[in-house]
Design a protein around this ligand. Structure first.
Ligand SMILES: NC(=O)c1ccc[n+]([C@@H]2O[C@H](COP(=O)([O-])OP(=O)(O)OC[C@H]3O[C@@H](n4cnc5c(N)ncnc54)[C@H](O)[C@@H]3O)[C@@H](O)[C@H]2O)c1
Ligand SMILES: O=C(O)C[C@H](O)C(=O)O
Length: 344
């Protein structure tokens, strides 16, 4: 995405065709797409809004938050790229922010402090996510929902229950964003294997918390001859990547910049899928039959209707098979906690 996005941004801002695009005459080549960011003024929301403003696939960018939205929206709106930016600042404006949205990205909610698990955020974030998903069911039930708010292992099941209750649930349109785990696995693997990071691919499966994050380094490319000890250390670092940032920020929140980057990659994949670009594949936490668990992160092919295909796990090493069995009880209980909360 990086090179193609940067190339498109460059041509958008420097070539005569940029005027054509901005006037909206290029709708065949680049259809209009509205993206809504809920929690747009937060630590993730601000840089994510910036990155979505730079994405030439976006024609309308709706920035919603319960605090500080006007400033963020005014600031981002001055950037001379294709999309029109509108800020929405209160509950009463949420419907307008969502109406017509093709993709809704949700980074609303509280982040961790040192010593907390993602599950410790459940009590506050579950209610936030529930309310936002009720509004999505009402105002843009066909949108692809990119859930960033933690604990993802529970917030995605909460969203599914809210949509089921509203009669709008389409499992193809609900995604837990686990892209940051893939971003980390790629970075850490490239460093250890001494291969160019831009060429690295590593699937990360399972969920998005501690041992439920299972990077499949046996499938990493380019291949490298890493020892079992090195694979164990890489796996642990990927699983603890979020905590590494939380501790480094020492009470000032969790990953925001790397998450904004990861969220922008995933939203871009959704937009490309919607636009009919073939073979758009990203890892995501979705409704799944890959294991006995109802939700599971694995590679997913994204197309015009959202999830086109949930891909299987491929061949696993003994270490990964063991990790897979170990993560299931925790992931199952987080999923059940979300379902129980939303069905009350
Ligand atoms: N999926 C991932 O990989 C991943 C990575 C990093 C962080 N996160 C999660 O993302 C969430 C946000 O993190 P952050 O660092 O941006 O937090 P933050 O506190 O900086 O920002 C959160 C924003 O959400 C807004 N908000 C709160 N309630 C809202 C509501 N009802 N509607 C709209 N906006 C609302 C707040 O006003 C704030 O601006 C946290 O739950 C965090 O754990 C997930
Ligand atoms: O670690 C966190 O709490 C935030 C996020 O889930 C992350 O992986 O960085």
């Amino acid at each position: 995405m990086r090179t193609s996005m940067l190339r498109s941004i460059k041509s958008l801002t420097t070539s005569p065709s940029s005027h054509v695009l901005r006037r909206g005459y290029a709708s065949e080549a680049v259809p209009d797409r509205k993206v809504a960011v809920l929690g747009a003024a937060g630590g993730i929301g601000q840089p994510l809004s910036l990155l979505m403003k730079l994405n030439p696939l976006v024609s309308n960018l709706a920035l919603y938050d319960i605090a500080n939205t006007p400033g963020v929206a005014a600031d981002v709106s001055h950037i001379n790229t294709r999309s029109e930016v509108v800020g929405y600042a209160s509950d009463a404006e949420l419907g307008k922010a969502l109406e017509g949205a093709d993709v809704v990205i949700i980074p609303a909610g509280v982040p961790r402090k040192p010593g907390m698990t993602r599950d410790d955020l459940f009590n506050i974030n579950a209610g936030i996510v529930k309310g936002l998903c009720e509004a999505i069911a009402k105002y843009c039930p066909k949108a692809l929902v990119n859930m960033i708010s933690n604990p993802v292992n529970s917030t995605v099941p909460i969203a599914s229950e809210v949509f089921k209750k509203a009669g709008t649930y389409d499992p193809k349109r609900l995604f837990g964003v686990t892209t940051l785990d893939v971003v980390r696995a790629k970075t850490f693997y490239a460093g250890k294997a001494k291969v160019p990071v831009a060429e690295v691919n590593v699937p990360v499966v399972g969920g998005h918390a501690g041992i439920t994050i299972l990077p499949l380094f046996s499938q990493a490319t380019p291949k490298a001859n890493l020892s079992n000890e090195e694979i164990t250390a890489l796996t642990k670092r990927t699983q603890d990547g979020g905590t590494e940032v939380v501790e480094a920020k020492a009470g000032k929140g969790s990953a925001t910049l790397s998450m904004a980057y990861a969220g922008a990659i995933f939203a871009d994949a959704c937009l490309k899928g919607l636009n009919g670009v073939p073979d758009v594949v990203e890892c995501s936490f979705v409704e799944s039959t890959v294991t006995e668990l109802p939700f599971f992160a694995s590679k997913v092919r994204i197309g015009k209707n959202g999830v086109e295909e949930v891909l299987g796990l491929g061949a696993l090493s003994d270490y990964e098979r063991e990790g897979l069995e170990k993560l299931k009880p925790e992931l199952k209980s987080s999923i059940e906690k979300g379902i129980k909360f939303a069905s009350q």
